[in-house]
Structures are given as C-alpha cells and as structure tokens.
Design a protein. Structure first.
Ligand code: GCB
Length: 574
C-alpha cells in the first residue's frame, strides 16, 4: 500500500475541496448541499437528520485527468472513507473498501481518458455491525429510524476524513517497498514490482546525496545518522526500474526491542511520556487538518511529551510522516476498539452475552480484525516513528474465548512484521489474575481509572489500588509495563481547594498521585495520559458535550494539569 508520491515517473492531483453531497441510498442529483473534503460530514450541517444519519452518504465532483497521463495507470486514492467506501466513475462502480481508517486505491484507467473529464462519486457508509472493526449494533426505533450503537467512547464521525487523490503510475511500476535497518547501517530491503523487473536501489541522505547502493536486497550506509526520539533523521530509499518507474521511500535507521523489563530504541532504554490522542476537532470532526497537526505537535513539544498512541484507530499518514520527521515516537493502533460487551453494563464488568462467540464476535469479526492489522502494517511498516503495534484497545481479555480469538491475530502480526513489539491496552475488568492473553504480547499496556470511575474523589485509596494492580501484572507476566490510559474528566475553569472531581486541581492531583506510584515501580516504561485534548463522544449521562479528560481543551488551551505534566516531562522551570 505505497503512499502516492510525486517522482519523475508519477504525478498526482489532490481532489480536496467542496464536493456535492447528499445522504440516502443513492446520490440525489437535486441536492444543493456541499461538503468539505477532508472532514466528517456530521457537524457541517445543522440538520440533525444528517448528523444522526445511519447508512450511505454521497460525495460527487467533476475531475479532469491531466493531459500527459495517456500511457499511465490512473488511480483514485481514498485515504479514508469511514467506515466503507464505494468509488464510481460516472455510473460504473470502479472499486470499494471496508475499514474506515486505512487507504485504498481504485484503478480507473479503463474508465477515464487523459485530458478528459469525468464525474467521480464516492459513497460512504458509517454503519458498524458485529462484523466490522470497530464493531457496533444497529437498531430501528419505534419511528422506524435506524440508530447506531457502539462500545467505544468517541463519536462515530464519518465521511471522507482524509485527502482524495487522482494519481498516475507507469504500467510497469514498483508496488511495495519494505525497509529494515540495523544500527551498523545495514539496510535490508524488499522491493515488489507489478511484473518481474530489475530494480536498482540507491540510498540518499537527508541532503539528497547518494550514500549507498543496493545489491541483493542489502545496502550499507557507512557511519549512519540514527533516527532517535527527539531527532528524526530520515534517509530515502530510491527504487528505480530503468526506463519505467522511480519510487522514493523515506526511512530511518533505528532498532526497537524488548529486553527483560526494558523497552529499547537503538539499544537504549526508552520511557514513553505522552498521551492517548484522538483525531477530533470542532466542526471538522475527524477530518485531517494540517494546522491542527502542526499545533498538536508543538504542544507535545511544549509539554515535553516524547510519544503518543494512535488511540483508537490508524491516524492520517500526514501525522505519521510528521512524527518521523520530528522524532516523535508512536504506538500505532488498529481500530479494534469495543471488542468488549461488558462495557455496556457499567462497572459490574458482567457482559450481558459472552463477547467472543459465533453469535457475538466470532470468525467473521476476527477476519475483519485480521484485515485491519494487515492494512495497518502494510501502510505504516516503514515509519521509524512507529515502535510498537497495538492490536486492540480494551478487549474482553478476561473472558472465555479471548485467547482463541487473539492467538491467530498475534501470529499474523508477528508474521507481517517480525521487527516490532506488540501490545494491547487492558481494560479495568481484565486483571493480572484473570487476563488470558497478556503472555502472547511483549509489553503490558494498562488502562486504569482509579480516582475517577473507581474510588472517585479518594486519591489515597486510589493510590493503593493502582500500585497493587500494576505490581500484580508485573509479578505474573514479568514484562515491561506502561500505563496506556489514566485520566480524570475536568471542566476547564472549574476550581476548588478540596479534592473535588471535575476541577482543574483534581486533575493535577490525580496525575501527581499516579506519577508517585509509577516512580516506585521498577520496570515501568511509560505513561500516556488519557487524553491529549477533550473530544466528542456519543450522548451519555457521564459525558458533558464529550469526554473532558483532555489535558488541553478541545480548542487546545492548557488546563492546569498541562503545566503539571510540563514540569515533570520537560523539567522546564515554571
Ligand atoms: C477507556 C477507553 C477510552 C475512554 C476512556 C474514558 O478506557 O479506552 O476510549 O475514552 O476510558 O474516558 O472513559
């Protein structure tokens, strides 16, 4: 799944902007609505019937094919159609894809003409079912309206969330590149082509100077500059099929490994500081925005964070490229969130039905999950910023069937990428005593809310629970452990001199308590606060216009806790 890049043999046209839009089973030619791409469509319009629509919506625009493309393959690249996309050229269905956060290409060569214009229509379906990733349930209410329910705590934004491109590749072309590096500068690569062809490989440094050439899948960079956390040095692998194609793949020279209780980057112990994030902003929803991208990374730098997790789905490729260039470390997560029926039962932890069964999440769900893993690794395998795959968030790993469900998925991920450690984030119902899958993974990532959902407002009790819990995991599994979520909802501007939940003081005290515990635990490799910023969720009595566990507000203003974290992480003087 090579990212389209302009080279001497490849061109691209970005199709972002305003597209005609309608909701319903087919495109309504009489529509007067226009929608922005990229953006979620939900918050663009004032009509609740669009915001709450369950099913297909349609985007349409005219596209002109550049004149010079008559000997090339012509493709439409959709970076994200959340959760299912169908691409039409005129009235012809040219291709489709299921999975809302990974890109797909549709070859339209035989349907369009260089220099000509065509009507491009993209249908997008937001429905989540028992066999999609993430899963959900659709019900029909008494008025006959379809309603979407799901087990995850972020709004089911939908639409064309990322850029759409028209791009060209030569008919004989590079189809895939895989790069694996070692600290001594050995670069092992694999270049796949559309038909058997000789491929020449050169390695360029950041200034564009050729520093190595490849032979038999290996190139050696003398005295390489390493990609390091905080210093994202990139090389480029240039793959050429003489007279046909050139593709340029950026990569970094770095290694990752788990050794005993340590997480190693370039052989040195690394401790994660940062956040679980979301792609979420006002009006735009989950639409990618370069201004927020730059600003969010500025805030990560300001606060002293060295990393984040792409909770709870793969993020836009611009985000991954930016992390590569700026040396921010990423835990890259699939969209497998909500494989847990217990979360609908409040804090009892008792699922109304078993989570893993042929009637609930069975073989078909697992096949969709396998596809999500495959596409994530295919897209992101060459990003040096990505140091670990997170295969799922808060599954019912304590229930019967969890091991049978996950074992083949772990094997698949290891097959697809033997170079990166694997993790998943454990839900509070899954304890050191009853979890059934942690031994299959390399790093223990624990989500806990002591002092919030449990021992609310009682940080002294919360501190004891937290420490005992983390030590239990360490003792049973003996693997590096990190906290992948801890946080307290906080209404910006609410203050108190007491330990009062929802105040800025409470959020700060809550984090400080966690940090005392982390600092007492040997083998503790990271702290990711939940969440970087406030974000939108579905309605619920425990949500006030969304989840307020952000350290920044939804418009990225710091709450008091941001200063607390900055003192800890950047050792900045206040
Ligand atoms: C969790 C989930 C996250 C929620 C968070 C919360 O455990 O992983 O998606 O937003 O708790 O705030 O409840």
């Amino acid at each position: 799944m090579l990212k389209p890049r302009p080279t001497a043999t490849r061109e691209q046209v970005r199709l972002d902007g305003l597209w005609r839009f309608s909701a319903g089973d087919a495109f309504d030619a009489g529509t007067t609505l226009e929608a922005a791409v990229p953006a979620s469509y939900n918050d663009l319009f004032t009509d609740p019937a669009i915001r709450d629509h369950v099913g297909w919506v349609w985007y349409q625009r005219a596209v002109r094919v550049p004149r010079g493309w008559d000997r090339d393959r012509i493709l439409v690249r959709v970076e994200a159609a959340t959760h299912e996309g169908r691409v039409y050229v005129g009235d012809t269905l040219a291709g489709s894809h299921v999975g809302g956060y990974t890109p797909f290409d549709v070859d339209v060569t035989d349907l369009v003409r260089a220099g000509g214009e065509f009507t491009l229509t993209i249908g997008v379906n937001n429905q989540l079912t028992g066999t999609t990733i993430p899963p959900g349930t659709i019900t029909v209410d008494q008025a006959g309206r379809k309603r979407q329910q799901y087990q995850h705590d972020f709004y089911n934004y939908a639409g064309l969330h990322r850029s759409v491109w028209l791009h060209s590749v030569p008919s004989l072309h590079v189809t895939d590149v895989t790069v694996v590096t070692a600290l001594d500068g050995t670069v092992t690569y694999d270049v796949a082509t559309s038909e058997p062809a000789a491929v020449a490989v050169a390695i360029l440094d950041a200034s564009g100077t050729v520093v190595a050439t490849g032979a038999d899948g290996v190139a050696t960079i003398e005295d390489p500059t390493l990609w390091r956390p905080g210093a994202g040095y990139l090389y480029t692998l240039r793959a050429s099929i003489d007279g046909h194609d050139v593709y340029e793949q950026p990569f970094g020279v770095r290694t990752v490994a788990v050794r005993g209780l340590e997480f190693l980057i370039n052989g040195e112990p690394f401790r994660f500081t940062g956040f679980g994030k979301h792609e979420d902003t006002a009006v735009r929803g989950k639409g990618h925005d370069d201004a927020y991208l730059v600003h969010d990374f500025q805030l990560l730098d300001w606060i002293g964070a060295n990393s984040f997790r792409t909770s709870h789905y793969p993020y836009a490729e611009e985000v991954m490229d930016f992390a590569d260039r700026h040396g921010i470390v990423v835990i890259d997560e699939t969209a497998a969130v909500g494989l847990n029926l217990a979360v609908v039962s409040g804090l009892t932890g008792a699922p109304p039905r078993p989570t893993f069964s042929p009637e609930t999440f069975g073989d078909e769900t697992r096949a969709a999950h396998a596809q999500a893993i495959t596409e994530l690794i295919a897209r992101d395998k060459n990003h040096p910023s990505v140091v670990m795959w997170s295969l799922t968030n808060e599954p019912a790993s304590n229930e019967d069937g969890a091991r049978e469900y996950f074992e083949p998925l772990v094997e698949l991920a290891r097959d697809l990428d033997p170079t990166r450690p694997l993790t998943y984030s454990a839900v509070m119902f899954a304890t050191a005593a009853n979890d059934r899958i942690a031994d299959l993974f390399d790093v223990l990532s624990i989500n806990r809310y002591y002092g919030w959902y449990v021992a609310t407002g009682d940080l002294a009790t919360a501190e004891q629970y937290l420490e005992a819990d983390l030590r239990g995991w360490l003792q049973r599994f003996g693997k590096p452990i990190m906290m992948s979520e801890y946080g307290a909802d906080t209404q910006a501007g609410l203050h108190s001199v007491w330990d009062t939940p929802w105040t800025e003081e409470y959020q700060s005290a809550f984090l400080a308590m966690h940090h005392r515990v982390f600092d007492r635990i040997e083998g503790f490799v990271g702290e990711h606060v939940w969440n970087f910023a406030d974000f939108q969720t579905s309605h619920g009595i425990h949500r006030v216009d969304g989840n307020k566990k952000g350290v920044f507000t939804r418009d990225r203003r710091p709450k008091a806790a941001a200063h607390e974290l900055r003192r800890r992480w950047s050792k900045a003087t206040p």
